[in-house]
Design a protein around this ligand. Structure first.
Ligand code: BGC
Length: 633
C-alpha cells in the first residue's frame, strides 16, 4: 500500500496536493481521478449513521437516510461490556458500508469532567480507563467491516460553552492521567483509521495546531498511523496545522485556506515535504476505505434487536424495594408523555433518523392487559398543567403499580450548550411527588443523557435509569421492568447529590475564553471517594434482580504486572449480569493520589447457582502516576 501511495503522490502537482488537504464538500473527500480514486464519504456517528444526501445543513434539518438508532454512548457505556460494544460497532460499520460510507465520525470519548456538559450523552464515562476500553471496542467493531472509525474530539473538549475558542488550562499530570489516557487506550488498542482534532485550545494552543498533541504524543509516543482531521470548521491557522500534523481540513468546498498554504510554500515557510506527509495520509485513507457506493441494504430487524439488547444492557436499576420485576397481571398506570414520545437520543450532530421507533406504551399494551395511560406533561418543554397533575394522580391511585416516565426534554441537553443546572423540569419533580403520594408502588423511569439531582429519591419504590434507549428503548424498558431482561447496567458516572458537590463546579465552564481545570485529578469518583463527600449514586452502582457473592480474590504476579481473579457466584434464583471492578489504591505514596482508581473490569453473565472466575490483568501502568519533571510514567 505504501508503494501505491507514494506512486500516486509522486504524480500530483502541488495545487492538487493542496486541494486534497481539505474535503470536496461537507462530507466528502476530494477525488483523485487520475489514480481512479473516487471521493469517500464520512458521516456522523457515533450511535447511528447520519447520511445526508443533499443540502448544506448538518444539524438535522435535512433528514438523513434511515439507519438504526442504537443507544447513545452514555447508555452503551453503562453496560461495561466490551463485547457488546464491538458488536454494535460492527453493526454501525455494516450500515455505513451498505450506504457507501468510508468513515464513521465516532466514537466520541471526551471525559465527563462535569455532569453539566451538554454533550455528555455522546461520551462514555468520567473514568479514562472505561472510556478508552469501550471506545477501543467500538473502533474494533466498526473497522472489522472495512469502514474507518474516528476517535473524537482530541483533546480536552469537555464542555460546549464557547467550545470553538475556549482554552482548557490543564496541568500536565491531570492531562496525562485523565484526559489523554482514554484516547491513548483507544488509539493503541483500537487502532482507529482517523482521529478528529477538537475545536478548543489546550493550554493556549488550538488542538488543530498543536504539534505536541498531534505528532509527539499521538504519533511518536502512541504509534498512531492514520489521519488527523479537524472538527467541522475547527481550522484557525491552516499552515500551522499542517506543520503540527493536522492532515485534513473539514468541511471542504473551496477551502479558503488553499491560497494561504500555497503562499506559505512559495515563501519557503512551509516545506512541500510537510504537505506530502499529509497528502500521503489522505491518499492512504482513500485507499483503505473500500465502501464508496451504496450496496446491498443491511439487516434492519437484526440491528433493531441488537439495539434493544443494548438498551437493556445499559439500563441501571438505581433503587428497588422489591416492586420490580413487575407481575404482568398487575394493573399499571403509565404516567408521562415520554412513554409515547420517547426521549431516545441526544440533540445535535449525532441525531440519526431511525428505521423505526418503539414506544414504551405500546410495549406495555403488548404485555399487560390492564394499562391506563396519561401523558401528564408536554414532552417538548416539560411543563404540566393542574389538570395534567390531577389526571396523573387519578390514574395512579387506582392501579396496582404506577410507572412515571420522567427525565430531560431535548431542550435541556444538547450539543452546543451546557446545562446550567442538574434538576429535572419542575413539572417532572411535581409529577413524581403527586404520584408517589397516592401509590406506594411507584416506579420512576428516567430518560436523560446525564445525571440529574433527585431530592425525591426516597419516595418511589424503584428508580430505573434508562438513559437514552435508542430506537428500541420502548420494548427494552418494559422487558427490564417485567424481568424478561436483566437491568444489566452499572453507572459509568457518579450521580452527585447536588451540582455544587462536583469538584469542578467552581471552574465550569470557566470565565471569558478560558477554563481552568483547577480540580486537577479530582474528577468524578476520584473526588467524591477521596474527599469523603456523599453521592446520590456512586460510579459503578447498579442493582440486579438476583444476588451475587464475590469470593476469594487472588492476586498473582504476571508479566509486567499482576493478574487478579475473583470468583463471582449468582446466589439468587434468576439469571443476572455482574461487573467485577478492580480498583487500585496506593497505600503509601510520595505524591498525592486519588483514594482509588479503576484499573480493570470484567462483565460476567450467570445463571442461578452458576459461578465464573474472570481474570483481569493489571499491567505496570495500572500502578503508575505521571511524573511531569521526568515526563514519564
Ligand atoms: C461536531 C462533530 C461532528 C461534526 C460533523 C461538529 O460540530 O463537533 O462531532 O462530527 O460537527 O457533523
Amino acid at each position: 500500500m505504501e508503494d501505491r501511495v507514494d506512486a500516486i503522490v509522486a504524480e500530483l502537482a502541488l495545487d492538487d496536493k493542496i486541494r486534497l488537504l481539505s474535503g470536496r464538500d461537507i462530507w466528502h473527500l476530494e477525488a483523485i481521478p487520475d489514480a481512479g480514486i473516487s471521493p469517500i464519504m464520512m458521516t456522523d456517528g457515533p450511535h447511528g449513521i447520519r447520511k445526508q444526501e443533499l443540502g448544506e445543513d448538518r444539524v438535522g434539518m435535512v433528514e438523513a437516510v434511515p439507519s438504526t438508532c442504537f443507544p447513545p454512548a452514555v447508555t452503551l457505556a453503562s453496560s461495561w461490556d466490551e463485547a457488546l460494544l464491538t458488536e454494535i460497532g460492527a453493526a454501525l460499520g455494516e450500515e455505513a458500508g451498505s450506504l457507501g460510507i468510508g468513515v464513521v465520525l465516532g466514537p466520541g470519548m471526551n471525559l465527563k469532567r462535569h455532569p453539566n456538559g451538554g454533550r455528555n450523552f455522546e461520551y462514555l464515562s468520567e473514568d479514562a480507563l472505561l472510556s478508552g476500553k469501550l471506545a477501543a471496542a467500538l473502533v474494533r467493531g466498526i473497522q472489522s467491516t472495512g469502514v474507518g472509525a474516528c476517535v473524537k474530539h482530541f483533546a480536552a473538549n469537555n464542555q460546549e460553552t464557547r467550545r470553538l475558542v475556549v482554552d482548557a488550562v490543564v496541568d500536565e499530570r491531570t492531562l496525562r492521567e485523565l484526559y489523554l489516557t482514554g484516547f491513548e487506550i483507544a488509539v493503541t488498542e483500537g487502532k482507529p483509521w482517523t482521529v478528529m482534532a477538537a475545536y478548543n485550545r489546550l493550554n493556549g494552543t488550538y488542538c488543530t495546531e498543536d504539534p505536541a498533541l498531534l505528532t509527539t504524543l499521538l504519533r511518536d509516543e502512541w504509534g498512531f498511523d492514520g489521519l488527523v482531521m479537524t472538527d467541522w470548521g475547527a481550522t484557525s491557522d491552516r499552515v500551522a496545522g499542517i506543520e503540527a500534523g493536522l492532515d485534513l481540513e473539514m468541511p471542504g468546498g473551496g477551502s479558503a485556506f488553499d491560497a494561504e498554504v500555497k503562499a506559505a510554500v512559495d515563501r519557503g515557510e512551509l516545506q512541500e515535504a510537510s504537505i506530502d506527509r499529509a497528502v500521503r495520509r489522505v491518499v492512504s485513507l482513500q485507499l483503505r476505505a473500500v465502501h464508496t457506493e451504496p450496496a446491498d441494504g443491511f439487516d434492519a430487524d437484526r440491528h433493531h434487536a441488537l439495539a434493544a439488547r443494548a438498551a437493556a444492557a445499559g439500563t441501571v436499576l438505581l433503587s428497588n424495594d422489591g416492586v420490580l420485576p413487575l407481575d404482568t397481571s398487575s394493573s399499571v398506570a403509565v404516567v408521562g408523555a415520554f412513554a409515547t414520545e420517547p426521549r431516545y437520543q441526544g440533540a445535535g450532530s449525532s441525531r440519526v433518523n431511525p428505521t423505526r421507533l418503539e414506544t414504551a406504551l405500546d410495549a406495555f399494551n403488548a404485555r399487560f392487559s390492564k394499562v391506563l395511560y396519561t401523558g401528564a406533561y408536554d414532552p417538548e418543554d416539560g411543563t404540566i398543567t393542574p389538570a395534567g397533575l390531577r389526571d396523573a394522580a387519578l390514574a395512579a391511585a387506582d392501579a396496582d403499580v404506577a410507572i412515571v416516565f420522567a427525565g430531560l426534554p431535548d431542550r435541556y441537553e444538547s450539543e452546543g450548550f451546557d446545562r446550567d443546572h442538574l434538576r429535572l423540569p419542575d413539572a417532572h419533580s411535581q409529577l413524581i411527588d403527586v404520584v408517589t403520594a397516592v401509590n406506594d408502588r411507584t416506579v420512576v423511569v428516567l430518560s436523560n443523557g446525564a445525571p440529574v439531582e433527585m431530592p425525591w429519591v426516597e419516595r418511589p419504590a424503584a428508580i430505573v435509569e434508562a438513559y437514552l434507549g435508542g430506537q428500541a428503548g420502548g420494548s427494552a424498558i418494559v422487558n427490564v421492568l417485567i424481568g424478561d431482561e436483566e437491568p444489566g447496567g452499572r453507572l459509568a458516572e457518579t450521580f452527585p447529590i447536588r451540582q455544587s458537590d462536583v469538584a469542578a463546579d467552581a471552574n465550569f465552564p470557566g470565565e471569558g475564553k478560558q477554563v481552568q481545570y483547577r480540580e486537577g485529578l479530582f474528577v468524578g469518583y476520584r473526588y467524591f471517594d477521596t474527599a469523603g463527600v456523599g453521592v446520590r449514586f456512586p460510579f459503578g452502582h447498579g442493582l440486579s434482580y438476583t444476588t451475587f457473592d464475590l469470593l476469594s480474590p487472588t492476586v498473582a504476579r504476571s508479566g509486567d504486572g499482576y493478574d487478579v481473579t475473583v470468583t463471582v457466584q449468582n446466589t439468587g434464583d434468576r439469571f443476572g449480569a455482574q461487573v467485577v471492578q478492580i480498583y487500585v489504591r496506593d497505600v503509601e505514596s510520595t505524591v498525592y493520589r486519588p483514594d482509588k482508581e479503576l484499573r480493570g473490569f470484567a462483565k460476567v453473565r450467570l445463571a442461578p447457582g452458576e459461578t465464573a472466575t474472570p481474570r483481569v490483568h493489571l499491567d505496570r501502568r495500572a500502578f503508575a502516576f505521571f511524573d511531569p519533571p521526568s515526563g514519564d510514567w
